[in-house]
Write a protein that binds this ligand. Structure first.
Ligand code: AMP
Ligand code: ZN
Length: 115
């Protein structure tokens, strides 16, 4: 695990986070700077730099992360009102943390296209 990766350190329990889900493959926690009333990040325990670096060997893990989106949204009570899932990659997206993460945002109406 890259020692300087903040999300690896959260997954390892070395940095405290407000966890809402964890299993053998991933953890989910509240974003420290929420952009909506509900803003959860879902990360694989395994360090993958981002969606652009995902390989065929990660296929089952990626599917698992998608299922956890639905599970977390259900337990957060935003399934009926709706939510948005975002995966950033690269400069134009504004990605800040180079460890794959899925944003789950809900609890307010969102505009389209995104900014
Ligand atoms: P991105 O711009 O897609 O890389 O998103 C990174 C997200 O991680 C941002 O929304 C940050 O607010 C969030 N973040 C950074 N550090 C922490 C942390 N220690 N705990 C929770 N969320 C964090
Ligand atoms: Zn990492």
């Amino acid at each position: 695990m890259p020692q300087d990766c903040i999300f690896c350190r959260i997954a390892a329990g070395e940095i405290q986070a407000d966890l809402v889900h964890e299993d053998e493959q991933c953890v989910a926690f509240r974003d420290i700077n929420p952009q909506a009333p509900t803003h959860i990040l879902i990360i694989p325990r395994k360090h993958i730099e981002g969606i652009a670096k995902a390989e065929t060997e990660h296929q089952a893990l990626l599917g698992h992360l998608m299922l956890v989106v639905g599970k977390v949204a259900r337990t957060e009570g935003i399934e009926d009102s709706g939510y948005r899932t975002v995966i950033n990659w690269g400069r134009d997206s504004g990605m800040e943390v180079p460890h794959l993460h899925l944003h789950v945002l809900g609890g307010r109406a969102m505009s389209w296209p995104p900014g």
